[in-house]
Design a protein around this ligand. Structure first.
Ligand code: C5P
Length: 217
């Protein structure tokens, strides 16, 4: 029997990659499958929460009993999150948001006429940073996917983005990170205590993360 320890809590979860269009047929994206965020959303529903899932494009099934808001770009995701921020108690940023987008989206397909093509990129809004600026009593949980200096970078992000917890995973390790059903996570709190967990399924990892969040409620 699962605990119903999120009863009465409203939680916004971001998940998946974003897509940043270059022209009508092309976009820039990343390797996020959305699995981690979707498993967290499911675990939250099981434990009694009301869930708003703001998701970039994925190939996985939409979890039952969530309010699902599909988005494409980082700017779309930012707008959706800001629209619902006031109604929620907890924000979990599991999305792999593109840091940059093409400066302009070409109206017509880019032709291969030139030997070299330069695409100018501009910075996207940092959604979790902006949420951190409007934190209030909300609990904020972010993710840090890194290939080096995992704990150091994760601690820095937790501080910079005013988060309560950050879930760090080394995406260069086998069984961790993108496109797989397992993850190897470390959970870091505001006092910079680091808890390390062994390889787990993303379902198990979700419950571990929710156990840590529940302690802050
Ligand atoms: O700085 P970095 O992208 O590694 O931070 C990761 C955390 O910040 C994740 O929780 C991610 O969802 C969030 N993020 C965001 N908007 C961005 C970039 C990252 O919400 N533009």
């Amino acid at each position: 029997e699962k605990k119903r320890d999120f009863e009465g809590k409203k939680v916004l979860v971001t998940a998946g990659p974003t897509r940043e269009p270059l022209d009508p047929v092309r976009y820039i994206t990343n390797r996020s499958s959305g699995k981690m965020g979707y498993e967290i959303a499911k675990a939250l529903v099981e434990r009694g929460a009301q869930v708003i899932l703001v998701s970039g494009p994925t190939y996985i099934e939409v979890p039952k009993d969530v309010t699902f808001i599909p988005v494409e770009t980082a700017v779309d995701m930012y707008n959706a999150v800001m629209m619902h921020l006031n109604e929620v108690d907890i924000v979990i940023g599991a999305a792999a948001v593109s840091d940059y987008r093409p400066k302009e989206m070409k109206k017509e397909k880019i032709k291969k006429d030139d030997e070299k093509l330069t695409i100018e990129l501009v910075k996207n809004p940092d959604i979790m940073y902006e949420v951190g600026q409007k934190k209030g009593n909300k609990i904020l949980i972010g993710f840090a996917a890194e290939t080096t200096n995992l704990v150091e970078y994760a601690k820095r992000k937790l501080k910079e983005k005013n988060m309560d917890l950050i879930v760090a995973n080394d995406v260069s390790q086998e069984g961790a990170g993108f496109e797989v059903d397992t993850n190897i996570i470390k959970v870091i709190d505001r006092d910079l205590n680091v808890k390390e967990y062994p390889l787990m399924t993303k379902i198990e990892a979700s419950h571990v993360i929710l156990d840590e969040i529940a302690k802050l409620l």
